[in-house]
Design a protein around this ligand. Structure first.
Ligand SMILES: [Zn+2]
Length: 399
């Protein structure tokens, strides 16, 4: 313990295969910065660590019209919320038995920030770099977790293989931190750690609860060709092919921090079974969920459209995925098209947003989509995906 702690290079500290971490300490400042990738999301974590003391410098950029008094009050609320949630909850144990509490601080800065956050009038949907005047200290503490490098742990229609998921922690529902959220900090510090006295620890959800999915494009050539062949076989108007119920084309739009999520999902199977669901936590609307069988011809049209859009080609479609070459922030609004055969999936994710924000947040021009969801996608993506979106729109109209 102490300032002369060991400098370590950490890779793959989580067992989750969908994540990768790399940490490199730059001397002598104790600055930590690393890329995080989980499901379709990718971003850069950043903070300053000195022993068991972690400091995050955040620059808040309020929209015009938000008063200085409001910002002063929000800074207090958010900093208190973050510190109460993260700081002095767990401690680092030295080989000699001595304990040192792991502490966190937020510095509001106007330059040299680890993270720049836009603040908009609320209520609105927040993500790691977009907060609003209605956000509580709990929401801030969740986004702070992303800044430290933690992925989301809530169930997300766009990320069915997420693990761990539904954990009841700050990263799932804005509640509490648990010991593993401190592993990287303490691993970096070079010591084990133990829960501090009085810290609450919700039970962990066993990992087998998560759905195991394989990326079609990571399969060996033979099984990959078989999967794509079966999916292409769902196109057309004839009777449902064998195992049609195991195939699916789905479209999800989701975004927002826990408590303000928007999740739209429309899916159709090769045999015509179809589901539509919409959840909007900001509207406090009840779940709107419909399941119905559409005729086989309509299902075949969706798979044909997926083939026409290149989603069932031997190699992964290149055009729409180029939209996601930058960061995709956790909790940000994304649209994901998935083709699935059993546990093998291929996904194309594109940024999305509500019309009020799309002009500013999306790359290129925002465009409407032919589905009953209030979001827009970049015009290029809509053009590339139009056959699938229109065929899914026909399914939605038939539900
Ligand atoms: Zn999140």
């Amino acid at each position: 313990m102490g300032p002369n702690h060991e400098h370590v290079f950490v890779r793959g500290t989580d067992s989750n295969v969908w994540q990768k971490y790399w940490v490199h300490e730059v001397e002598p400042a104790g600055e930590v910065s690393f890329g995080v990738s989980e499901c379709v999301y990718s971003w850069t974590a950043g903070y300053h660590q000195s022993g068991t003391r972690v400091t995050v410098r955040i620059q808040l950029n309020p929209d015009a019209g938000i008063s200085t008094a409001t910002m002063d009050s929000l800074r207090t609320t958010w900093r208190n919320g973050i510190i109460n949630k993260w700081s002095d909850r767990f401690s680092c144990q030295a080989p000699n038995g001595g304990r040192q509490s792991i502490t966190f601080d937020v510095q509001w800065v106007s330059s040299g920030a680890h993270h720049v956050v836009r603040v908009q009038p609320g209520p609105a949907r927040s993500n790691m770099r977009l907060w609003d005047t209605s956000d509580t200290g709990d929401v801030a503490s969740h986004e702070f977790g992303h800044m430290l490098g933690h992925p989301d742990e809530y169930a997300d229609a766009a990320c069915p293989a997420r693990s761990p998921v539904d954990t009841g922690t700050v990263m799932a529902d804005n509640t509490e931190t648990v010991a593993r959220h401190y592993n990287r900090i303490t691993g970096f510090h070079g010591s084990g750690h133990n829960p501090a006295a009085g810290a609450s620890e919700p039970p962990e959800v066993p990992e087998e609860g998560a759905m195991t999915l394989k990326n079609i494009d990571k399969l060996r050539p033979e099984p990959r060709a078989a999967v794509l062949q079966r999916l292409r076989g769902m196109a057309g108007v004839g009777a449902a092919p064998e195992r049609a119920a195991d195939t699916e084309v789905s479209f999800e739009v989701s975004g927002g921090a826990p408590g303000e999520r928007y999740v739209y999902r429309l899916a159709v199977h090769g045999d015509g079974a179809a589901q539509r669901s919409v959840v909007d936590e900001l509207q406090h609307a009840g779940d709107d969920e419909t399941s119905h069988a559409v005729d086989r011809q309509l299902a075949g049209r969706v798979f044909q459209a997926a083939a026409d859009a290149g989603l069932l080609n031997d190699s992964a479609p290149a055009v729409p995925q180029q939209q996601v070459d930058g960061e995709v922030l956790p909790d940000s609004m994304v649209a994901v098209i998935t083709v699935r055969d059993g546990d093998a999936v291929r996904r194309v994710a594109v940024p999305a947003d509500e019309p009020a924000y799309a002009g500013a947040s999306l790359p290129g021009e925002p465009a409407d989509i032919p589905l009953r969801t209030q979001v827009q996608l970049p015009a290029d993506s809509v053009t590339a995906l139009r056959p699938v979106l229109e065929a899914l729109g026909a399914v939605e109209a038939a539900l």
